[in-house]
Design a protein around this ligand. Structure first.
Ligand SMILES: [Zn+2]
Length: 143
């Protein structure tokens, strides 16, 4: 079920539950949940079940594959709204530390004001100190 062309199965004007989106994409619903939680996939979370608009999902998948080809400098993160790498606004970023997972760099896009996320290795944290104004936070235990 994986591969090129799956996006065609997504209808722009339809809303998908995480389950449905996972089925269309041939992935697990936890993957979808992870995209919403930490990779900036927009979701309508006001009511249950949470819904993802097809158009948002398509845009997310496009920028996600673009991201793979884009190399970021140490301090940049990828903005899904601008679909471009950006330096964090005001040189400020939150570093969210999760037990057993890669740290998540969270910053605001200087161009559109959207939230940018980037998974980084622990080794990279040292390189960021002095270049970015980092606020280190422990992730709330939500799982
Ligand atoms: Zn942006």
């Amino acid at each position: 079920m994986a591969g090129v062309g799956l996006r065609r199965g997504i209808k722009k004007n339809r809303s998908y539950t995480y389950d449905e989106a996972a089925r269309v994409l041939g992935t697990h619903k936890n993957t979808i949940r992870g995209w919403v939680r930490s990779e900036g996939l927009p979701a309508l979370t006001g009511e249950r079940p949470h819904l993802i608009v097809g158009e948002d999902l398509t845009a997310f998948l496009k920028s996600r594959s673009a991201k793979r080809k884009t190399s970021l400098t140490a301090t940049q993160a990828y903005c899904f709204k601008c679909r471009a790498p950006r330096e964090p606004a005001l040189g400020m970023a939150d570093l969210i530390i999760t037990e057993g997972a890669a740290p998540n760099l969270c910053a605001l896009c200087p161009t559109c004001g959207g939230t940018m996320h980037r998974r980084i290795s622990r080794a990279m944290i040292g390189k960021l100190h002095g270049k970015l104004d980092l606020t280190v936070r422990q992730a709330p235990e939500s799982l």
